[in-house]
Design a protein around this ligand. Sequence first.
Ligand SMILES: [Ca+2]
Length: 196
Amino acid sequence: MAQTGLLMFLCVLMLLVDQTRPQASRLKPKKDRRSKDREKDGDLKTQIDKLWREVNSLKEIQALQTVCLRGTKFHKKCYLAFDESKHFHEANEDCITKGGTLAIPRDSDENQALRDYGKKSVPGAAEFWLGINDMVNEGKFVDVNGVAINFFNWDRSQPNGGKRENCALFSQSSQGKWVDEACRSMKKYICEFLIP
Ligand SMILES: [Ca+2]
């Protein structure tokens, strides 16, 4: 009798466990799904925002690279000046984001074009960043891709800043000559974009 009672008790217990288990497992995925859906919605929104930003920056890049809507065309380059002061790295990043680099005059004609354009578009700027630096090897000036520079237009007794000054500045007040400067200085800048 005691054994039958125990058996019945076990049967009832198993039934209860059976009833509660599926309920618990039914509830859990629902909760997970809801939070997963929310996560998915958030991800989707982030992705759409990101794509939207990319589309806009591609439009900007296309406008710069194909027709040089703003800025000025010279040979196969489009120069675009920014009347806003930034550290060398920030200025360089900004040009890259827009699909170009900081301006790198490759010969005296380009240097002159840059000077004329800078005077016209940012008349108040006495100087602006070039995409030239000797951060890696002191005294070895390279472009922003790390490639050695062939054309230089240093001002007299420049560069003279040694390890303190590793970034090149274009000086309007020195008739387009270059000087070295601490990369953390805040300067205006001109980006260049290669156009077909
Ligand atoms: Ca240096």
